[in-house]
Ligand binder design. Sequence first.
Ligand SMILES: CC(C)(COP(=O)(O)OP(=O)(O)OC[C@H]1O[C@@H](n2cnc3c(N)ncnc32)[C@H](O)[C@@H]1OP(=O)(O)O)[C@@H](O)C(=O)NCCC(=O)NCCS
Length: 177
Amino acid sequence: MRRAPDPARIETERLVLRPLERADAPAVEREVSRVEIARMMAIPHPYPSGAASRWIAQTEPGRDFAIVLRQSSEVIGAITITRNEQHRRASLGYWCAVSCWGRGYMTEAVRAIIEYGFLQLGLNRVHADCYADNAASRRVLEKSGMTLEGCLRQHSFRLGRCVDKLQFGILRSEWPR
Ligand SMILES: CC(C)(COP(=O)(O)OP(=O)(O)OC[C@H]1O[C@@H](n2cnc3c(N)ncnc32)[C@H](O)[C@@H]1OP(=O)(O)O)[C@@H](O)C(=O)NCCC(=O)NCCS
């Protein structure tokens, strides 16, 4: 009997996006403990010991994905697509291991998740926000076809000061670009 394709598994040219597993906790904890990741995300720094395991226990297949290199099976990041079913939209959150930055991995993952959102989840809108000084994340969202929709001025208190947040979005009618 042929097995039906796993809806919570997405394959791209270089990546597999799959549900997080307990065994991923050490890799996740090692990366998100880094200040380069934490300062761009709403996570504590220092990152509490054991918090990655607790987070993974709360993740959901089809919503939270480990980003894995096809070639080595190494976990290099994570991406979450949080749905608002009533409004047929979802927001994205993500991070990538520092040693893998700048190779286009996150753009590849975000594009795949946008496609998943529109084609598998039937969404009308996918959106994401980032701190205004997060040039890499801005670029990922732009390269993924998202439009800069606005700036929430001094929206977040981070590292001792209030900082701007940028809102990006893409509609089903605009995809694929
Ligand atoms: C944002 C993040 C996920 C990007 O991952 P990545 O795999 O390096 O992304 P990509 O390689 O697909 O694209 C990064 C782009 O940003 C550009 N970039 C990186 N740093 C930059 C900077 N300081 N100024 C301008 N552009 C920058 C890269 O050159 C690349 O663009 P290009 O392809 O046009 O050259 C990663 O930096 C990260 O995990 N940051 C910390 C956590 C975070 O910010 N999460 C998102 C919260 S909104």
